[in-house]
Design a protein around this ligand. Sequence first.
Ligand code: DAH
Length: 346
Amino acid sequence: MKTFASEIAKIRESFLQDLQEAIRSKDVEEIRIKYLGKKGSLSSLMKLLKDAKEEERPLFGKLVNDLKEEITSHIENSLKRLSLGEQSQKFSREKIDVTLPGRRAFVGNLHPVTMMIEELIGIFSSMGFSVQFGPDLESDFYNFEALNFSKDHPARDMQDSFYVSPNMLLRTQTSNVQVRVMESYPPPIRIVAPGRCFRNENVSARSHVLFHQIEALYIDKGVTFADLMATLEEFLAKFFKKGVKVRFRPSYFPFVEPGMEVDVRCTQCSGQGCRLCKYSGWLEILGAGMVHPNVMRAGGVDPEIFTGFAWGLGIERMALLHYEIPDIRFLTENDMRFLEQFKEEG
Ligand code: DAH
């Protein structure tokens, strides 16, 4: 009897001690298992009960039950207390300040060159041109030979490029699309072809090794130089609205005859002369002309039956004029402070 009672007292004492040291509800859970679990202290007491004398058993049983109840109620109380504290700690850790202003989602915008291409395509499709694309990596044939640049033609000097093999290069002009389209479709042909071009050039305020052009090609029976002029004038009027001075100049390109260049009064300096226009007051934006009979033949079109015109327009140049950007290099530097200025409102 004595040993049993003292065993109970010992367990009780050690339980109270353990509980006092418990800091988190997890500790209390462990204590519950230690004392009330299947292999816990109270279970081993019950085993002792079997060996007790018959008449002592009811009393022993009562003592064990009392202890069990006491332990259970202690455990429940401290669990309640600790988990309340833990919850409020968690809440204060995860507190949200609902008065903080929300974070804005980052919304990007189109690159000015992309906007320019879309605007130009919009104008040309309203004038009846459809859109074609050509490869950036091109053969010498489509980029030069078929366009009437023979192997050692001096005009090749103006268009030095990046060759990946003796016969393949990054295209220097979107004019490479001309013969490709002639090979694919019979006239009438009325297309524009936007895309990237590459030249091995010194980078300056107005020229870059990477730039974009949009080519136009119109081939049909009876197309004349007057059609070229009228179409160009219509386009320029649509694009620049009013108030921009334009200059037409005779020029030479091997794949047109006659050929010309179109300049626009520099919007940076209003013609006073600046770095952008090389102090000439004018910025060249496109080359144009009547498609050379040799180019027609290369594309399988009979120049005795058909005539046509073509032009190639520099998209970056248009963007510089249109958005009044002083230096072409801004367009490829990916500086957010620059690019964000083209975000549309709303
Ligand atoms: N491809 C020429 C260049 O990049 C521009 C050009 C001139 C295109 C006359 C044409 C054209 O279609 O007819 O310098």
